[in-house]
Design a protein around this ligand. Structure first.
Ligand code: ZN
Length: 243
């Protein structure tokens, strides 16, 4: 019997043990604070230099916390190293799956990454680290060094579309997988949430690991409510020894 292709859809809940709050979910911090939400809304960001200055300050302050992968991220990386084919589809922009050791090509970042910046003028990309160093050095709204255009984090802001290529790859992985694990996501934000339904429709074993009920629990073969940092390592260990 061939080994299963495991797809893991991760949301904010996998990173809260790394000290990263849920910013953008339906009950996330940004949704509860309209002023904070403006900092990550494309229209405001592009039109208001003051919003950009506040946004850079927020990113600098977040970056100083230097979040590290937790046991759940490490368990995903261990499963991948054990030889089980794994693909990660994540709603998170923190890059912690890759930092834990999952190869970047096996991680699909639906909402982009906060570890890079992109120019809204010419599309040039660069490390977030360099942009934040410029902010630290006194540039409160650092422009693109190539064309002078407005720089932003390489995340999908509110009001921006998801990258169709990343989304297409996520759907393909979801249709091909034999096990689909939704972890730390309330499965309330489309299109990521719909992937759980697509997985079940295509015969994958759907496993949901989340503290709160989700709209897809009835479709799941297994629903796990215990804390992610203990539940996911146990679950993935079980999968890796199934052969
Ligand atoms: Zn540029």
């Amino acid at each position: 019997m061939s080994r299963p292709l495991v797809a893991i859809l991760s949301g904010a809940g996998i990173s809260t043990d790394s000290g990263i709050p849920d910013y953008r979910g339906p009950n996330g911090l940004w949704r509860k604070d309209p002023e904070a939400e403006k900092l990550v809304t494309y229209e405001y960001y592009m039109s208001d230099p003051d919003i950009r200055r506040r946004s850079w300050r927020m990113r600098r302050d977040t970056d100083r916390l230097a979040p590290e992968p937790n046991a759940a991220h490490r368990a995903v990386a261990e499963l991948e190293r054990s030889g089980v084919p794994v693909r990660v589809i994540t709603q998170n922009v923190d890059g912690l799956h890759q930092l834990a050791g999952v190869p970047a090509r096996k991680v699909l970042e639906l909402h982009g990454t906060a570890r890079a910046v992109v120019c809204t003028g010419c599309g040039a990309r660069g490390p977030m680290e360099d942009a934040l160093a410029r902010v630290e050095a006194g540039e409160d709204d650092p422009p693109c060094r190539t064309c002078g255009g407005i720089l932003k984090s390489a995340t999908v802001m509110f009001g921006q579309r998801l990258d169709p290529e990343v989304l297409g790859n996520a759907v393909a992985v979801t249709k091909a997988c034999t096990v689909f694990i939704a972890v730390g996501t309330s499965l309330q934000v489309q299109p990521a949430a719909g992937l759980a339904g697509v997985a079940a429709d295509h015969g994958a074993r759907l496993i949901i690991v989340n503290a709160e009920p989700t709209p897809y629990d009835d479709l799941a073969a297994e629903v796990i409510r215990t804390p992610i940092s203990t539940a996911l390592p146990a679950l993935l260990h079980r999968l890796s020894t199934m052969g």
